[in-house]
Design a protein around this ligand. Structure first.
Ligand SMILES: Nc1ncnc2c1ncn2[C@@H]1O[C@H](COP(=O)(O)OP(=O)(O)OP(=O)(O)O)[C@@H](O)[C@H]1O
Ligand SMILES: [Mg+2]
Length: 322
């Protein structure tokens, strides 16, 4: 499976009154064509910021935005805003934004909103775009007649399906799904996850699936990337990650997942996530880590383990002679 997206040394820092927030701080990650990469980590670790950096939907208060985003072999970071808008954003990479369902315009009919990316981005005429919108709505399980309704006439689950239809209508290659089911009840969550799986197969899509919910991530992931304090600390194939997470932080995240087994005590991760304005020197997780060693005052490099796993932790350096 060749890579469709290769992110190298990506930084996105924000200016704030209290200082520079290093939301994405040197992230490198590869996504294979047709793969689902699950991006997991606690609230505030920089998942949405990484997504925004990839699709370049940035706020005004940027302090730094740099690195390489190689899409299909081309570094799109070298594109100016106009070229990126005309060739990449929504066309090759699209995104379902976190809490997007609540950002639907209440006074515009659902069909018109779903059709909008085609009229605006592809200059399609309204009639043809509307036909496509109905197709996209059907694809995500919304009956045709709902195209004529307003967002408030749809359930939360249907609104979420509608924003997914909006992300798919331009037939992108990569879809970033930022917490696409987090605001929904469990049954609705499950049916949307199944729908996403089905559509991915049918359209040959690549997903970047963002969630703070480790259990949900396991339903779609082929590969898992764990973020901590603006950095990626582990990348592993899903079939290796879930039974055996390597980074101490990944292991803690997994231990917080409730199971039906009565003999397993549910854990929480002690301490708080570090400040992204002044992150700890060395390993950023060290203060919360049971395996802390002297060397952890130095920043660990990313070690290759087991051929196809990457771990930013000194434990694996020692094993490998570092
Ligand atoms: N426009 C901005 N200006 C300043 N700081 C920001 C901005 N956007 C995000 N941040 C900060 O960047 C850090 C990472 O935020 P981000 O939203 O990327 O985290 P997240 O992992 O998506 O969290 P969650 O799971 O809660 O969605 C946080 O400290 C957040 O407050
Ligand atoms: Mg987020």
């Amino acid at each position: 499976m060749g890579s469709i997206l290769d992110v190298r040394g990506l930084y996105l820092h924000f200016n704030t009154r209290s200082g520079v927030v290093k939301a994405v701080d040197g992230v490198s990650i590869t996504v294979g064509r047709g793969e689902t990469l699950a991006l997991i980590g606690e609230s505030g670790c920089g998942k949405s910021s990484l997504a925004r950096a990839l699709i370049r939907l940035l706020p005004r208060n940027i302090h730094a935005f740099k690195g390489q985003v190689i899409l299909d072999g081309e570094d799109v970071m070298t594109y100016d805003e106009r070229r990126f808008r005309e060739e990449v954003r929504w066309l090759k990479i699209s995104m379902v934004m976190q809490a997007a369902q609540s950002s639907l315009n209440p006074v515009i009919k659902v069909g018109d909103q779903v059709a909008e990316p085609l009229t605006v981005k592809k200059g399609m005429d309204k009639r043809a775009a509307m036909d496509e919108a109905v197709k996209a709505l059907t694809l995500v399980g919304i009956p045709q007649e709902f195209a004529e309704r307003y967002p408030f006439e749809l359930s939360g689950g249907m609104r979420q399906r509608a924003v997914i239809a909006m992300a798919l209508i331009t037939r992108p290659q990569i879809v970033i799904l930022d917490e696409p089911t987090s605001a929904l009840d469990v049954l609705t969550q499950t049916s949307i996850m199944n729908m996403l799986k089905e559509i991915k197969g049918r359209m040959g899509l690549t997903y970047i699936f963002i969630t703070h919910d480790v259990a949900t991530s396991s339903e779609l992931a082929d590969k898992v990337a764990v973020m901590y304090a603006g950095q990626v600390v582990e990348v592993s194939p899903a079939d290796k990650f879930y039974p055996n997470p390597l980074h101490p932080y990944s292991a803690k995240l997994m231990a917080t997942v409730p199971t039906l087994r009565a003999d397993k005590k549910l854990e929480f991760i002690p301490g708080t996530t570090p400040s992204l304005i002044d992150p700890p020197k060395g390993c950023r997780f060290a203060e919360r880590c049971h395996f802390k060693m002297d060397i952890c005052v130095e920043e660990p490099p990313t070690f290759n383990v087991d051929g196809d796993r990457l771990v930013k932790c000194w434990i694996y350096g020692r094993e490998h002679g570092a």
